[in-house]
Design a binder for this molecule. Structure first.
Ligand code: SF4
Length: 329
C-alpha cells in the first residue's frame, strides 16, 4: 500500500513523464502541441494540380487530376471560415484551367459574397485569363498574382513558362492592365533560378509597378521536384543562398520587392491540397494530413506543420484587401 505522499509523488511523476513524451512526440513529428491551437487566418488552396505550362522547377506538380465538386469545395471553405480564416489564396497547378476559369470564378464569388472574407487572392501563370473573366468575377478578387521569371521570352521558354506560340510577356501585360481596369491589385511573382539569376529586371518591374513583387529562391521538395518519385527534377534550376542574395541586391531599388528564401518558404504557408488536406513541408517533402472534410479543420491543422512565427516574419499579415490599399498606378 502506498502512503498519501507516495501516491501524490507517483501521480505527478506519471503526469510529468506523459507531458514530456507528448512534447517530444509533437516536436519531432511535425505536429503542433495540442494547446497551441492554430487559427487558419490565411490559407493557400491548391485546388488543382493540372497546368498548361511545364516549368522545370514546379513544386506542385500534376500528380493527380482530381478536383473536388464545387459544392464540396464550398463546404470546406465555409468550415475554414468558421475556424477563423480571413484570407484565401487560390492556386494550383493553374487555377484558370478548371472549366476555363468558371470553377475559380464561382469560388471567389462565394468567398467574397457568402463568406465575406476580407481578402481573396489568386496566383496564376496568367496565360488563360481573359477580360471576360474579369468582367464576370473581377469584383470578387482583391489581389491577382502572376508569375514572371524573365523579361526575355527565350529564358521563359527554357524555364518551361510557356505554351506553344503564346507570348507569356504580352499576356502578363494584358492581365496587369485588366487588373487596373477592374480594380484588382496586381502582384508579380518571380522564381530565381539558374536561368534568370543574372538578369536585371529593375526597369521592367518599375514599369509594371506591381503592388508587391515576390521573389522566391528556387525550392527543392522531395517527391515534387526532387528525388526518384518526382515528376520534375529541379536540381539544375537550384541556386545557392549567395546567388539569391546577389539577385536581391541587384534589385534593391524596387521598393515592392519581398524576398522569400527557402527557409522562409518551407513551412510558413498553410497549404491545402486538392483533397483539402493540409500539407506539412517541414520534413522537406509534402506530408498530407487527413482532409478537413473528414476530420474537421482543427484536427487537420495539428498535422499542417505550419510555422506561425515564420509566417509573421515573412510579413504574412500584410495588407490583405482592396480596402486596405486603394490602387495607385
Ligand atoms: S505555371 Fe506554376 S503550376 Fe504551372 S508548371 Fe509552372 S510552376 Fe507549375
Amino acid at each position: 500500500m502506498l502512503g498519501d505522499f507516495d501516491e501524490f509523488f507517483v501521480f505527478w511523476t506519471v503526469l510529468l513523464v506523459v507531458f514530456l513524451c507528448q512534447k517530444y512526440y509533437f516536436q519531432n513529428s511535425g505536429v503542433i502541441k495540442v494547446n497551441d491551437q492554430i487559427v487558419p487566418k490565411s490559407v493557400n488552396y491548391h485546388f488543382t494540380r493540372q497546368c498548361n505550362y511545364e516549368c522545370g522547377f514546379c513544386f506542385h506538380t500534376a500528380k493527380t487530376s482530381f478536383v473536388l465538386d464545387l459544392d464540396v469545395a464550398k463546404k470546406g471553405l465555409r468550415m475554414l471560415k468558421e475556424a477563423g480564416m480571413e484570407k484565401i489564396n487560390f492556386s494550383g497547378g493553374e487555377p484558370f484551367i478548371v472549366k476555363r476559369g468558371r470553377y475559380l470564378g464561382e469560388m471567389v464569388k462565394f468567398c467574397k459574397m457568402a463568406l465575406k472574407l476580407p481578402s481573396v487572392s489568386i496566383v496564376s501563370n496568367g496565360s488563360l485569363i481573359t477580360e471576360k473573366w474579369f468582367q464576370s468575377y473581377g469584383k470578387y478578387v482583391d489581389i491577382m498574382a502572376v508569375s514572371c521569371d524573365s523579361f526575355n521570352e527565350e529564358t521563359n521558354k527554357l524555364i518551361g513558362r510557356g505554351q506553344g506560340s503564346k507570348n507569356h510577356l504580352e499576356q502578363i501585360l494584358k492581365v496587369r492592365n485588366w487588373c487596373e481596369k477592374y480594380n484588382v491589385l496586381f502582384k508579380l511573382n518571380t522564381v530565381v533560378n539558374t536561368y534568370n539569376q543574372n538578369e536585371d529586371m529593375c526597369e521592367q518591374v518599375s514599369r509594371i509597378n506591381p503592388i508587391r513583387w515576390k521573389v522566391f529562391q528556387c525550392l527543392l521538395l522531395e517527391g515534387e521536384n526532387a528525388g526518384p518519385e518526382a515528376l520534375r527534377n529541379a536540381e539544375r534550376f537550384y541556386i545557392d543562398d549567395a546567388t539569391f542574395e546577389s539577385f536581391l541586391q541587384r534589385h534593391e531599388s524596387i521598393k515592392s520587392l519581398v524576398p522569400e528564401s527557402n527557409t522562409k518558404m518551407q513551412n510558413s504557408y498553410l497549404i491545402l491540397d486538392e483533397y483539402m488536406r493540409f500539407l506539412d513541408c517541414t520534413s522537406g517533402s509534402k506530408v498530407p494530413s487527413k482532409s478537413i472534410l473528414d476530420i474537421g479543420v482543427e484536427n487537420a491543422l495539428k498535422f499542417s506543420g505550419f510555422d506561425e512565427d515564420m509566417f509573421k516574419k515573412r510579413g504574412g499579415f500584410y495588407k490583405w484587401s482592396k480596402e486596405a490599399e486603394r490602387l495607385s498606378w
